[in-house]
Write a protein that binds this ligand. Sequence first.
Ligand SMILES: [Ca+2]
Ligand SMILES: [Ca+2]
Ligand SMILES: [Ca+2]
Ligand SMILES: [Ca+2]
Length: 655
Amino acid sequence: MLRKTVSGVMLFLLVMSMLALALRIQPVRASGTIYIRADGSIDPPDAPITTFDNVTYTFAGNILDEIAVERDNIVVDGAGYTLQGDGGGWEYRGIDLSGRNNVTIKNTDIRGFGYDIYLLGSSNYNNISGNNITANNGNGIMLYSSSSNSISGNNITANSWHCIWLSSSSNNSVSGNNITANNGYGICLDYSSNNSVSGNTFVNGGLVVSDSYGNVVTDNLVNGKPIVYLEEVSDYAVEDAGQVILVKCNNVTVENLNLSNTSIGVQLWETNNTTISGNNITNNGCGIALNNEYAIALSSSNNTISENNITNNWRGISLNYASTNCIIENNIARNGWGIGLWGCSNNRIIGNNITDTDYGWIPVWYGGSGIDLYQSCYNIILENNIASGRRGIYLEWSANNSLYHNSFVDNAVQTWIYGSSSINVWDDGYPSGGNYWSDYIGTDLYSGTYQNKTGSDGIGDTPYVIDLNNTDNYPLMKPYAGPHDIGITYAATSKNGCLPMPTVGQGYCMNMSAKILNYGEQSETFNVTVYTNTTAINQTQVTLTSRNSTTITFTINTAGLAYGNYTISVYAWSVLNETDTSDNNLTGGTIYVGISGDINGDGTVDIYDAIRLSGAFNSSPGMRKWNANADINCDGTVDIYDAILLSGHFNQHIP
Ligand SMILES: [Ca+2]
Ligand SMILES: [Ca+2]
Ligand SMILES: [Ca+2]
Ligand SMILES: [Ca+2]
């Protein structure tokens, strides 16, 4: 019985395959679109589609053209054949179901159109199931102003754009599809409400929602983890998710999750008081979106986005029409855009590290900004490090933003400002200061509000002019490092520059000068210590008021030092709450401690040293022939007393 059944199946398959061979028509590119006309006819009649009852239309071969369905209540069965477009523009539609009712599309391998399946305007009760849909350059399935359709059990791959795009379409069911969205969105709901999205499995994609409400989204997975979709939920903590979408929610926390390889890691729509913190958000279309990037959106407010790792996304953090949010201390690296604000006001962007913002082939006038503001005003942007990107900050028709204490380091274009009304504040006055610009070429010899008092203050003496309307009046000489920061800007010994090396006779003295600056906002009192190698040999206490500097000269006595080379360094002990201690230590050079009179440091006191001394005889600092090495007794002149010391050690050598 079993054998007979198998034989029957084999016979059936054999007959079918012969039939298929007989009927096989080479892929035909018809002269135009293939129509299934309202009267049931196929136009042109020789198209490789067969029907016996004007209800079921079955492919008889692969087709290299578009199909327009003009008849309701039919089934189009691809029978496993391919409907192949040439990857043309969005006007190319694989199967156009515009205005159709109760049409089923199944078992078709559709690829390479602008839209593989297109439902426009009152296309209702259609059923798209069990198809392989590959959107190479466009969208998989597009529904516009269509309702009560079912899209189920399809394998959909989109290499760009959207897999399933519902626009102004309600009461549809999207279920049980396998969706791989390599660079695009998986399912996009745009002005589309009361749909059911369930049981779909996403790889490298996910769901995007804009202006859409009352959708039921259940049991969907992205990269094996749940898509968490919440609508009108309050006081909730998301525990496990591959993607988080919050619509009209309040007080939800999204913490310590890995939200990667999806459309948008976290999307907020009309959602307030959310905490998004400590998440790893990489390789997404957008890392975090408050509303999405192409919508006319209502606001999401009072959300806090902090300490997330946001890398390798098309956009890092995107805010649309969102206000009074805080974006604090996130690491935002290697995104196409870092932080983008469109129509946003009164947000605070503080202490973020935004680096390597770039997006390969995108032209510089379009992308690659560390921070991007469009029609956005009254935002406060401070203490961010924006480095090594295509553009540091872009402002278009954006005014009254305050930007200070940021560092703009080695961006190809540091600032790009467009629009005559884009007038912004780039400093916090004096002595607080403006921003650090790696391309600032000014000097710092003066201080005070007008930068006309002698003495360095850590602020450039001339403004950093961005354009006619935008000037940083007080550019910082080093990256802002908080309200408590001292630093050493110069250190040298009195022997610096001597040839062939700075030398000092054992038991004699030399001087060490150090210039110390208080970059902070308060008066600081601290110790400054001088070291020979690691041995402290001199120390003094310094008090410096805010934005003031001093130069201290130390005496270094070599009495206890063995012959040899010593590194001389100066260290300013860090003050309370100082975060940048990298500039608290500075080397003033290396000196050779030798026999008194060994001016050239070769271990022997001989005629060559005497020649050097005589060459500098009767000189003092500032004179052309001055040689500090020859001032053996360190009294500021080269004279007979130095000559006596040299002659007293003549012919001595080491060992
Ligand atoms: Ca200055
Ligand atoms: Ca410091
Ligand atoms: Ca010598
Ligand atoms: Ca002398």
